[in-house]
Design a protein around this ligand. Structure first.
Ligand code: ADP
Length: 598
């Protein structure tokens, strides 16, 4: 019975047991006594310092000869600490589970499966969170392997997870899944003991973010490129506007000094006229581009004979072509080729293409102009034997402000807007323009395709004529080299009027040869000459015995500190920016050895 099994100290002990556990403990003890079995229980018991401790108690009842319980010896182990840790662990596991279940990142725990050679062959999903299914589209993955779930294998993932499982080195990578066409950011780290070969993977679909990033990068790069081209364009524009200004400025001076000499006056006026026309053309091109871009260019279209337009363009550009001694071969059918077009604009198109062909072809080249009727359209092809265009630049030449290799082309002059204008005008006529080239040094070929019309009317003609000039004088012996003939001539005239002996040449190699025969005291060399430019000519002269003492003056539209440093390094004594003012010229000639050019 109950009282038989109890004594004073045992009752006191039971009093210390936590009230909620007490009934259970008593019934366990009873059960053990009845069954003569081991007593075992865990419960809370009050400690002397107050508060309860968790314990595990084990004991075995001892009986007298009549089978009555004598006592219950045993051990009581304090497990309070373990209980606390277990409780904390359960709580934290629950917290993490809640976290993984609520995050947007996909999470999974996998076990990587290897073959005998430790090569990863598959992996099994042990745990996944809800976002996992959302990102991957794989449902009920737990317990199954990736090969069972997805027939399309991306082995590089398997390799990556295998490596993490083997080495324990975590990875963080951004990768594209080509089968899903999405970008993922993935973190993987080994989980638990190395021999378990388990890897925890946290991943995120960053396709949208990546697209925004990429677009942003592209936009920034485009802006930078546009900005670079614009800056370069402004520098070139300044240079191109200065070029014709130089002879105009000098021309005014010459006119002032040659009052009463009608012959000199009219020569100077002709030159100034040509320079003003060149400048006007440049500014007109700029304005045309601006008008097209703002939608303000109105075409005066009428039915005209394309052959007349082409004849005009040829006539306009013939001086350029002849100056460079190119052969012009024309292959034009006899039949009329009626087009519905603005004659002035179309002349501009072919004029630009012919001018380029002349400009970008070294002297004595061949320009071919062929016109072929192709059913209801006509192809006009202008080919040259010139410097050609590298394949990488072919699709860019029609862009605004594009020049292939800026410094070599600067010598040719130009703003990089001509072809852009050509393309826009051709498109406004319902046509297309294309370019082909076998590469640097192999010539270029531009083809304009235009739709044909029925009737033909002829257009008007324009003409620009240039005439060469010779000179003579005394005092210093001065050599002038400039590929811009007008600029060279006008400077020569001015020098002659001041009594100097001059010789004029138009390129670097001629300048070197002339210097050997003519023994100049001073040489004015234009920097931007085609072929051997001014810098190389100066270097060549400095290397030639007898030319060390020639006062070398660089003439150029490029006048930055860098440009000055470059010309001084090449052996120039002075660097004069075009247009050269009569004052600086006079100052230089008054005392060539003491002049300062800054
Ligand atoms: P630019 O004023 O520089 O001549 P364009 O727009 O007419 O400008 O031409 C753009 C660029 O295309 C030129 O700077 C040159 O590099 C290249 N180019 C045009 N035509 C030719 C050609 N016939 N041969 C070689 N390069 C050419």
């Amino acid at each position: 019975s109950e009282s038989e099994a109890s004594n004073g100290s045992f009752d006191a002990y039971l009093d210390a047991v936590h009230p909620n556990d007490r009934e259970r403990v008593i019934s366990e003890i009873r059960g053990a006594i009845q069954k003569r079995a081991l007593f075992q229980a865990d419960y809370r018991v009050q400690s002397p310092s107050g508060g309860y401790r968790s314990v595990i108690a084990r004991g075995k009842p001892e009986y007298d000869s009549e089978g009555k319980v004598l006592r219950l010896p045993g051990v009581v182990i304090d497990v309070t600490r373990q209980k606390q840790i277990e409780a904390a662990l359960t709580a934290s596991q629950e917290r993490y589970r809640t976290l993984f279940n609520s995050i947007d990142e996909g999470f999974c725990l996998i076990e990587v499966l290897f073959d005998q050679e430790d090569k990863p062959i598959d992996y099994r999903f042990l745990e996944t969170n809800p976002a996992f299914e959302k990102h991957t589209g794989l449902s009920n993955a737990e317990g199954r392997t990736i090969k069972q779930l997805s027939p399309v294998q991306e082995t590089h993932w398997l390799d990556i997870y295998g490596r993490v499982a083997l080495t324990g080195e975590p990875i963080h990578s951004i990768n594209k899944s080509s089968s899903l066409d999405r970008w993922y950011e993935v973190r993987a780290l080994r989980f638990g003991d190395a021999e378990n070969r388990q890897v925890a993977i946290l991943f995120n679909d960053i396709t949208d973010r990546k697209n925004i990033d990429d677009n942003l990068h592209r936009a920034v790069a485009d802006l930078a490129e546009a900005n670079r081209r614009q800056t370069e364009f402004l520098a070139t524009l300044a240079h191109e506007l200065r070029n014709p200004l130089a002879p105009i400025r000098t021309g005014l001076e010459v006119m002032r000094m040659s009052a009463g000499k009608p012959e000199t006056l009219s020569r100077v006026q002709d030159m100034m006229q040509r320079q003003v026309s060149a400048m006007t053309r440049l500014i007109d091109d700029l304005l045309d581009i601006a008008r097209i871009n703002s939608g303000k260019l109105v075409l005066q279209k009428e039915v005209i004979d394309l052959k007349a337009v082409i004849a005009n363009a040829v006539e306009t550009t013939l001086p350029h072509i002849e100056a460079a001694q190119h052969a012009l071969i024309q292959d034009i059918p006899a039949e009329a080729l009626p087009v519905y077009a603005d004659a002035v604009r179309m002349t501009q198109v072919f004029g630009n293409l012919l001018t380029n062909a002349a400009k970008y072809t070294p002297a004595n080249g061949r320009i071919t102009l062929s016109v072929v009727r192709q059913g209801r359209q006509v192809d006009v092809t202008i080919s040259d034997t010139g410097i050609g265009i590298p394949a990488a630049s072919l699709n860019k030449v029609f862009d605004m402000f594009t020049q292939v290799g800026r410094h070599s082309d600067v010598a040719q002059g130009g703003l990089g807007i001509g072809l852009s204008l050509v393309r826009q005008l051709v498109q406004m006529h319902g046509g297309t323009v294309s370019v082909s080239s076998l590469g640097s040094g192999h010539g270029s070929s531009f083809t304009v395709q235009l739709p044909l019309q029925e009737d033909a009317v002829s257009a008007h003609a324009r003409k620009i004529i240039s005439s060469p000039i010779e000179t003579k004088g005394s005092a210093y012996r001065i050599l002038v080299a400039d590929d811009n003939r007008d600029a060279a001539e006008i400077l020569t005239v001015l020098l002659q009027m001041q009594g100097h002996v001059t010789q004029t040449v138009y390129d670097g190699d001629q300048a070197l040869r002339a210097a050997a025969d003519f023994h100049p005291d001073i040489a004015f060399l234009d920097i931007g000459m085609p072929g051997t430019d001014g810098l190389q000519t100066a270097r060549n002269m400095r290397k030639t015995p007898g030319m060390e003492d020639i006062v070398l003056v660089a003439l150029t539209g490029w006048a930055t500190e860098e440009d000055r440093a470059r010309s001084h390094a090449a052996g120039f004594n002075y660097h004069l920016a075009k247009p050269v003012s009569i004052e600086s010229l006079n100052a230089l000639l008054a005392n060539p050895l003491q002049f300062t050019d800054s």
